[in-house]
Design a protein around this ligand. Structure first.
Ligand SMILES: [Fe+2]
Length: 475
């Protein structure tokens, strides 16, 4: 088995931490907005033991959730592993028991002798991608399996299946409708029906369970989704699962760019899925989608054109591309009636993690913040050194460049204000060398180029991670 300890996603700012702490943090510059009351949670891959065989960033690793709690001008930091049965079994063994997905052993799941009868033949749970609050639950989300619920102190409470209604799990990128409070999710799977979607109401009751998306005849990997007032929007790029190849010792994932990219428009009322087809692109993350009203001012319908803002890539990376990797922030228009996809490139560049003011999810939005890589940042997937905010109304952009490496910006709305984009972008800045403690920065959403209005020195380093969310204390 390969030695993974020199993988670039296990070194420097990505280097996992084994320390779990609960300590005060200090404002070192500026003033924290006194209205900011709540906690910023962020998840990310943080392998408990050095992986064997392969380490496929950003899909593998154990989950570690970091919390920065702001209350009455005081700041506290806490972090905890998401304690899955797999971590507990590996801790008992003292080493990793599940091989990496690309190790050539992915088709050979651990035996009862290796991991015990209850976990034999099971894939590793990896709730390391996102952390989301809905219906009173705080959930660490995995790429296509069940979330794990966390307690107020970040202790892992257990697997969340919503009273058994969603036993297979869901995407790590559910979307919560700010109007209805519903959480919409999809789930892909290796066997038919390959792709399903579900609705969980604001109380946590599953009101539509595992409804197949008709027209999907192969297992396909989809990382994110978008939501409109009328539809769930799923982008099906040609990244397929190849279980037979994995069983033969090959790659579990197959990038087939000659196949084109399809978009499924899945009406939330359960009516037939609309499909659009276009040239091949890959997307990890979408900022938002919304249905365009009629030119005569008539309200939108399920058949209205959908505007979809996302980061598009020429290929998924991870060693799969056939040429030069390109990426851009793109506004795509999908016509559910004509079945067409049209792209308008807003800006090319190395960028990822697009977010909006989530109170606008599913409706027309204006500003989109991303993690952005300037020329001085290391050319490593997932490494960004600036927060850049696109104004889709004017076509302009603002940027704050840090002296370290940033992650996904998360929006914290100003309490009491309903004005879109009124609030702050939160982000954690990491030391590129992976030595110095990290900082939380608070950027005024009206002018990120002015730099942080407050910087908080965290007590420890926080490895670069994936997705997070601001959870207001009032909820
Ligand atoms: Fe993601």
């Amino acid at each position: 088995m390969a030695d993974m300890s020199h993988d670039e996603h296990l070194l420097g700012a990505f280097r996992p931490t084994l320390d779990e702490v609960d300590l005060p943090a200090t404002v070192i510059s500026g003033v924290l907005p006194p209205e900011l009351d709540g906690e910023y949670l962020r998840n990310g891959p943080n392998p408990r033991f050095t992986p064997v065989g392969s380490y496929l960033y950003p899909l593998e690793g154990d989950g570690m959730v970091h919390a920065v709690m702001l209350r009455d001008g005081q700041v506290r930091y806490r972090n905890r592993f998401v304690r899955t049965p797999m971590i507990e079994r590996e801790e008992a063994a003292g080493h990793v028991l599940w091989p990496g997905l690309m190790s050539g052993r992915a088709g050979q799941l651990p035996t009862a002798e290796e991991v015990g009868p209850d976990l034999a033949g099971s894939f590793r749970d990896m709730p390391d991608i996102n952390v989301v609050r809905h219906s009173g639950r705080v959930m660490a989300m995995a790429e296509g399996s069940t979330p794990f619920c966390l307690g107020p102190d970040l202790a892992t409470l257990g697997r969340e299946t919503f009273d058994g209604a969603l036993p297979v799990g869901m995407t790590a990128h559910p979307k919560i409708d700010p109007v209805t409070g519903e959480m919409l999710v999809f789930c892909y799977m290796l066997e038919a029906p390959y792709l399903t979607w579900s609705i969980i109401d604001r109380t946590g009751r599953v009101v539509r369970a595992d409804t197949p998306v008709a027209g999907v005849d192969r297992p396909v990997m989809i990382h994110d989704m978008a939501l409109t007032e009328h539809s769930v929007v799923l982008v099906l790029s040609p990244l397929f699962f190849d279980v037979m190849a994995a069983m033969r010792g090959g790659s579990m994932l197959s990038w087939e760019p000659d196949e084109g990219t399809r978009v499924a428009i899945v009406p939330r009322d359960g009516s037939p899925v609309r499909w659009a087809h276009g040239d091949t692109f890959w997307t990890w993350h979408m900022a938002n989608a919304f249905s365009r009203p009629g030119q005569d001012g008539s309200p939108s319908s399920v058949d209205s054109p959908i505007v979809l803002d996302m980061v598009q890539h020429s290929d998924p990376g991870m060693g799969m591309g056939r040429g030069t990797h390109t990426s851009a922030f793109v506004r795509t228009t999908v016509d559910p009636v004509a079945g067409t996809i049209a792209h308008e490139e807003i800006e090319a560049g190395r960028l990822e993690f697009p977010r909006i003011d989530d109170r606008r999810l599913g409706s027309a939005h204006r500003r989109v913040a991303v993690g952005y890589r300037t020329a001085t940042a290391p050319a490593v997937m997932g490494a960004f050194d600036a927060v850049r905010v696109f104004d889709t109304a004017t076509g302009s952009a603002q940027q704050w460049t840090s002296d370290g490496l940033v992650g996904e910006p998360s929006f914290a709305p100003r309490p009491g204000s309903t004005a879109p984009d009124d609030g702050w972008w939160l982000d954690i800045v990491a030391d590129p060398a992976g030595v110095a403690p990290s900082r939380l920065v608070v950027l005024d959403a009206a002018d990120v180029s002015a730099g942080p209005v407050a910087t908080v020195q965290l007590p420890v380093r926080v490895p670069l991670g994936l997705h997070g969310n601001w959870l207001p204390g009032q909820e």
